[in-house]
Design a protein around this ligand. Sequence first.
Ligand SMILES: Nc1ncnc2c1ncn2[C@@H]1O[C@H](COP(=O)(O)OP(=O)(O)OP(=O)(O)O)[C@@H](O)[C@H]1O
Length: 479
Amino acid sequence: MFKKLPGDEAQHLVTTTPDTAVVFRPAVLKTPAIVTIVIFTWRLLAGAVRLLWRYPIASLVAVTPSALSWLYGWQWGIALLVLVPFTLTAWRLVDRASFLRLVGWRLLAWWRRVWIYRRHWQPVMIVSGLGRHLRGRDYLPRLVRVTCNSWADLVMVKMLAGQSVKDWSDRIENLAHGFGATSCRVTIARSGRLLLAFPRRDPLAVPLPALPIPAVASVGPVEIGKQEDGTPWRLKVHGTHVLVAGATGAGKGSIIWSTIRGLLPAVRAGLVQIWALDPKLMELSFGRDLFDRYAADPAECADLLEKAVEIMQERAGRFAGVQRNHVPTVDDPFVLVVVDEVAFLTAYQSDKGLKLRISAALATLTTQGRAVGVGVLAALQDPRKDVLSIRNLFPDKIALRLDESEQVDMVLGDGARDRGALADLISPQPDLGAGIAYTRLETSPEPMRARVGYVSDADIRDMVAVFTADTLPLTVEGA
Ligand SMILES: Nc1ncnc2c1ncn2[C@@H]1O[C@H](COP(=O)(O)OP(=O)(O)OP(=O)(O)O)[C@@H](O)[C@H]1O
């Protein structure tokens, strides 16, 4: 309220340098007290109206006990003060979900707005360079609204005129630390307005066990883990191609196995075939019985990829002019080509002939396969362009823990790290960071943080056991 006015600065300009003959003192005009009183009264009234307008319920809660005491006696005011928290606690115990939706998150948002964001807004904006202090006056972006959900505070901000989204995305670390959060995600709400997400807690801090094998045979997005907001992480594999990049031990195996696990009933029903390429001879050999085709030797891998291209071209010829999208059936199942450590077959392949054949087949599959029901799920450790030149042919990408910050944009596309995909900062400790990933889907530029379930060796053995014993559920989606 007691902001410095521009005139206040002038009072301190008293003289020039001591040895000069010219001394000047700016004229200071005394403002009559009544003008100051009117200004402050006006500000007080405007503030009260604004408060009522923005927080009608909170204002009502604050005003009602005083009004009751004044009208009917203090006992009524006290009774209300006891009754309201009692009722709210009872409501929370009986129906937590409706309490949180209607009251809990609003109260929390109000409290966090006042205690965290309003209190620290001015220093954080000035120090981070998002606000300006010019001639005694602060020019700050406006804090429009704070809302809360189960995992984060969502802060709507009106940028200063002339600011760009990049000015904000370059300062996500300043914002996160300034407001006491571990990270900050920036999204555009509408022209001139941004939505900043500050996670309050990390629902992905604890490893997730492997998800149960679904009861229904479906090729639809496969549930493989949990997203940061607590909702299931569903990975689409039919109708797209997915590239998974991560340093060694980041959890690439978990993504591959969780996807296979989710597709298992559909494989049993004949709607999906999984073709596995395992040049490292480690990851996929474990579940060989689950795959329709399996290759480890580079020459066999080249043959297998060319076979997939053949099926793709045969289907393309048959579907031309008849159907534009593939519907999985027993006659034309969805073929998922899973490649573990694709760079072994491309960049690190010493046989030039094989390397050319494999790269050409992969490029053909990733450019033409999705409409005819042939998809590629490829994992790699090193996302540099020379390691995998066809990186951009994968519409959907997943970045697990990466070694360097520059690799994030290589995998997820330009600007992904600035928007909050801090894949290089994921903990290398397996229980804290393995399986945590940022994904960027073809349909959305915003990176999403999630953790995949951990499919252990015992889980894979169980999968093979139920699959070979034919004890999987065989309910087909939509049947
Ligand atoms: N989803 C997960 N949740 C928790 N821990 C995990 C998860 N996935 C993997 N881990 C842990 O990380 C270790 C390494 O995982 P994994 O072998 O899948 O990584 P990778 O990226 O495939 O490594 P590499 O490139 O060396 O094959 C596992 O032994 C396990 O302890």
